[in-house]
Design a protein around this ligand. Structure first.
Ligand code: PXL
Length: 285
């Protein structure tokens, strides 16, 4: 067996409502990687759909944890950040990237902060400027269209955009620093939804789509990001990796609709894990 790659997933723990670490950990693990976690906050539920959630911000723990790991000379093959517990964590996570990055480390930043044109309730607009700085430290970023608009300080256009608009957004995001940009929630036809990507090194734009399922599904950005990272670390090229991530996310959503699952609990990703294992070309028997 090749040496197992080690991933550090930096997200919150939302105790109820599958998203962030409760989806990143199982997905990246099933994809074959040794997954360590750095929780950025602990919430009783995620912020989108449950009233009165508790919120324990873990900002003070970030540096002591990462200093301890550094003292042990621990190494990671990939660093993957998502929902951060506070504005201050942006600089702390940038510092952690500096501590642990080597020539071969893949740094993926999902600038989780907004959806459907609005910031998550726990964030203020300054988060967008900070997230732009963190994106500059990444090899690959995975914003949705709302987050892209906030990062670029542009108007959010809703569904009102052309292919040319999307390609401009991809290139502007790449100009911040990351060599690869993946935009989620892209749709040019009523019944199709997917992702657009730009690879600076190839100077190439690519797309991946699947059937659109109407409605909003919590945690699907985290499912997409975790799957994308898993495909890239399994050596799939970006174009194939975005298609795998779109298809797996679509399958999780379809299972959720079939099961008539209450939306705020997130999507039923568990039953689709064997499909993901197969798409990644892995065999555990
Ligand atoms: O899935 C993104 C996400 C992550 N973490 C928390 C959230 C959300 C989206 O609402 O509330 C706490």
């Amino acid at each position: 067996m090749n040496k197992q790659k080690r991933v550090l997933a930096i997200h919150d723990i939302s105790c109820v409502g599958r998203c962030s670490l409760t989806v990143a950990l199982p997905i990246i693990s099933v994809a074959g990687f040794d997954t360590s976690v750095l929780p950025t906050a602990v919430l009783s539920t995620h912020t989108g759909g449950f009233e009165g959630f508790t919120y324990r911000d873990l900002t003070e723990d970030i540096d002591p944890i990462s200093e301890h790991w550094q003292s042990l000379n621990l190494k990671f093959d990939a660093l993957y950040s998502g929902f951060l517990g506070s504005f201050e964590q942006i600089d702390l996570i940038a510092g952690l990237f500096d501590r642990f990055k080597t020539r071969n480390t893949l740094i993926m930043v999902d600038p989780v902060m907004a959806d459907n044109g609005v910031l998550y309730t726990v964030y203020s607009p300054e988060m967008a400027k900070g997230m732009a700085k963190l994106c500059a430290e990444a090899d690959i970023i995975v914003p949705n269209l709302t987050e892209a608009a906030f990062i670029l300080d542009e108007e959010y256009k809703g569904d009102n955009y052309t292919q040319d608009d999307i390609e401009k957004v991809l290139r502007k995001l790449a100009a911040l620093g990351p060599r690869k940009v993946v935009l989620t929630g892209v749709s040019f036809e009523n019944d199709k939804l997917g992702a657009a990507a730009y690879d600076c090194d190839l100077d190439k734009v690519m797309y991946a789509f699947n059937e659109k399922v109407d409605g909003n599904f919590h945690g699907t950005g985290d499912i997409f990001g975790s799957t994308l990272l898993s495909a890239l670390l399994n050596d799939f090229p970006l174009e194939e990796a975005i298609q795998i991530a779109v298809d797996y996310t679509h399958r999780c959503i379809s299972l959720t609709v079939e099961a008539e699952q209450e939306r705020r609990y997130g999507v039923c990703f568990e039953k689709a894990l064997p499909y993901l294992i197969e798409r990644l070309g892995l065999s555990y028997t």
